[in-house]
Design a protein around this ligand. Structure first.
Ligand code: ZN
Length: 308
């Protein structure tokens, strides 16, 4: 039997520098991206998705991937993750010599996979497994994400059997973990609970990571449902930045501060420092020139800090 949730700990992954910023129209300078990485580390993040190696014409915000990697500070115990979609991206990521993990992505439906990566869903699984093999050969950890695992902007509902089968296929390539991503923010907690449970059963002992967008307000509830169902790694982005081009609307990733607040109040360890995250939120809001979607950083501290 698994321990009660109140005595569990999860691993927190900060995805703000990549997924948070990726679709921002204003180009953020490399120095600010590196400052975001530094502040995430100062707030306790041990795994940070720092950039992606994609076509800069399609994703201009990530055009400085090499410069970002060159500027990453060496910090004991901190792993940097680079997202890659194909072999060329994996070669570029490995060549930086600065990344501890490659993140491969495949997509649950043909409609989304063709729009996003110009390949079918099956082809995206083959490509992800090839990236995992490249990472292994280069002595870098490899993990894989199943995109649109809870719903597709083109095809609508996604079959849970399909997602479980993809996870089992990816598991053959021995990733350090497999993530289920609600890329367009349509999941609900009951769906999350069922699918996470099934994938945990199918691929254990490989850990399951979850990635939620708060497009329809269900993001934080989905995080809770996923942890109860056995997910042990959670993605979040500082301030809740990170819209998806296929999901118009303001909301982005679940916010790091909101996730950490919820989990700490509920007795789940994250090793993150909430006041440092809130301070980082206020810094990032200034860089972006607007209030960020995350809610905890806009509210008074609770419980009230004790005055010395
Ligand atoms: Zn995302």
């Amino acid at each position: 039997m698994s321990p009660p949730i109140s005595r569990r700990a999860i691993t927190f992954v900060e995805v703000g520098p990549r997924d948070g910023l990726q679709n921002e129209k204003t180009l953020i300078g490399t120095a600010d991206k590196l400052e975001l990485v530094r502040r995430s580390i100062a707030a306790g993040a041990k795994r940070i998705e720092v950039t992606s190696f994609v076509n800069p014409k399609r994703v201009p915000q990530m055009a400085d991937a090499d410069e970002v990697c060159a500027g990453l500070p060496d910090v004991e115990g901190v792993s940097y993750i680079g997202l890659v979609l194909n072999a060329r991206g994996a070669e570029r990521a490995i060549a930086t010599g600065r990344l501890h993990e490659l993140g491969a992505v495949c997509v649950s439906t043909d409609g989304f996979a063709i729009a996003n990566q110009g390949q079918t869903s099956d082809e995206s699984v083959v490509a992800a497994k090839a990236i995992l093999a490249m990472a292994k050969a280069a002595g870098v950890k490899g993990q894989a994400t199943i995109g649109a695992a809870f719903g597709c902007p083109f095809e609508g509902e996604v079959s849970q059997d399909r997602v479980v089968a993809m996870a089992m296929s990816l598991a053959q390539a021995n990733p350090i973990e497999i993530a289920l991503a609600d890329t367009i923010g349509v999941a609900d907690p009951a769906h999350v609970s069922r699918l996470v449970r099934r994938v945990v059963e199918a691929i254990g002992p490989i850990p399951v990571r979850v990635h939620f967008h708060n497009t329809r307000g269900t993001g934080i509830a989905n995080v809770w449902a996923a942890i109860e169902a056995g997910a042990t790694v959670v993605d979040a982005a500082l301030g809740g930045l990170g819209g998806c081009p296929f999901a118009p609307g303001a909301a982005g990733n679940v916010s790091s501060e909101d996730v950490v607040y919820m989990l700490h109040r509920a007795g789940v360890e994250t090793a993150m420092d909430l006041p440092a995250l809130i301070e980082a939120n206020h810094w990032l809001a200034e860089v972006m020139g607007r209030k960020l979607p995350g809610m905890v950083a806009q509210a008074p501290a609770f419980p009230k800090p004790v005055q010395e």
